[in-house]
Design a protein around this ligand. Structure first.
Ligand code: PLP
Length: 403
């Protein structure tokens, strides 16, 4: 058998939607993007959604919109994909890394300890699709003590009057906490529509706005729209209408709009996202059912009364195992035709961040997690027979390597 890690879900409906875009005479930002934004807004229960060309660009845009400047700090978990911190650096600020808890999401107590008068935003990450403890995070940053520490240094910071919470929702489309979507729990949540994510446009991102009073999310949507198109007052689609040629450049924006051809892929997938999520859940639960009897298998966060994940990763941990044994297990699986992965190498272990002075010793849980983590393949197309084959080889590999 040959089992890839996370192939995209491309069916006839996706191909039809993309072909429709190609045949329409308009291939960049236009009606498909508008339909995708509308669809995501309804699905995520956001007040407004801006589609852009990646999670990274969307997050840089939001942080620039917030008006960060050199010396400002943004708190991120150390256990995430590097983009979470690099977006902060691209917005001119310094990522402050804090450790995670056992369910792989940011430790709220560590956030409290890391807040200074320079803290302008927090980017919690819903790792693998598991919602962070947003209720505690919001309670913390809205508390009198923390609000009093906050120093507003831009118009939007002034209006918000506290630290902004921007969720890295790259994994968590469809996850819920107390019957709320992630977008409903924070100020802004940014989705990634990269090829390996639950919903994809090949490359893409979506900024889900849920800004509190006195912000007008419709106005902010328009503002971001312009900022994502070089600061140009009219998009190319509007400009092509006969006679509507005149435009102005009103701000120093970025060029990060999503093309319609890309939006078409995600649009077709979004129409059947309930089905796609259900299939991921089937895979997730079958893994858990098969693995729960092994004392060495630490299962990832399971759904419970007030929380459902989006089943983006099956982030299994193995105990006892050494880092070297884990690497051997990955090779053992590869030899059987099964692609697995590690999510993630903690950022302080990566050269760039090491050179900047971050230390893995400050992140013991991230390190402990990394050493024993192995992500199993999970996607709607994975059959029960394939799941059984993955587990059979994982179990055999574990005993061969550790005994
Ligand atoms: C994929 C991913 C990103 C980056 O998404 P892009 O759309 O590729 O920019 C950021 N954070 C996490 C946790 C991710 O998995």
């Amino acid at each position: 058998m040959n089992i890839p890690f996370a192939p995209p879900y491309i069916d006839e409906d996706v191909i039809k939607e993309v072909t429709d875009s190609l045949n329409s005479g308009w291939i960049t930002t236009g009606p498909k993007v508008a339909a995708l934004e509308q669809g995501l807004q309804e699905y995520c229960k956001a007040k407004k959604v801006n589609c852009v060309n990646s999670w990274t660009s969307g997050t840089i845009l939001m942080l620039r919109w917030l008006g960060l400047k050199e010396g400002d700090e943004v708190i991120v978990p150390s256990y995430t994909y590097c983009a979470t911190a690099m977006a902060v650096m691209d917005a001119n600020a310094r990522p402050i890394m804090v450790d995670i808890t056992r369910n792989l999401t940011i430790d709220v107590e560590k956030i409290r300890q890391a807040i200074t008068p320079r803290t302008k935003a927090i980017i919690p990450v819903d790792l693998g699709g598991v919602p962070c403890d947003y209720e505690k995070i919001m309670e913390l940053i809205c508390s009198k003590e923390i609000k009093e520490k906050f120093v507003a240094e831009s118009e939007n910071q002034e209006r918000l009057g506290r630290i902004m919470v921007l969720s890295d929702s790259a994994h968590s489309l469809g996850a819920t906490l107390n019957d709320k979507t992630i977008a409903q729990l924070v100020d802004v949540s940014v989705l990634s529509l990269h090829a390996v994510k639950n919903l994809t446009s090949a490359e893409g991102g979506a900024i889900c706005l849920n800004l509190p009073e006195p912000f007008d999310n419709d106005e902010t949507y328009k503002e971001l729209r312009i900022l994502s198109l070089n600061g140009q007052t009219k998009d190319a689609f509007t400009k092509t209408k006969a006679g509507a040629w005149r435009y102005d450049i009103i701000a120093h924006g970025m060029k990060i709009n999503m093309p319609d051809v890309n939006a078409a892929i995600a649009l077709a997938q979004l129409r059947k996202y309930d089905y796609l999520l259900g299939e991921r859940k089937r895979v997730y639960e079958r893994y858990s059912e098969l693995l729960k009897e092994y004392h060495w298998a630490i299962l990832p966060q399971q759904d419970k009364d007030n929380l459902t994940t989006s089943y983006h990763l099956y982030a299994l941990r193995i105990n006892p195992i050494t880092e070297d044994q884990r690497d051997k297990l990955i090779q053992y699986m590869a030899d059987k035709g099964i692609a697995t992965n590690v999510h993630y190498i903690p950022m302080p272990m990566l050269t760039l961040f090491k050179n900047m002075g971050y230390k893995i010793e400050d992140h013991p849980i991230a390190y402990e997690t990394y050493k024993r983590e192995i992500s199993l393949p999970i996607y709607p197309q994975l059959t029960n027979q394939e799941i059984d084959y993955v587990v059979k080889n994982l179990v055999e590999g574990y005993y061969e390597i550790t005994l």
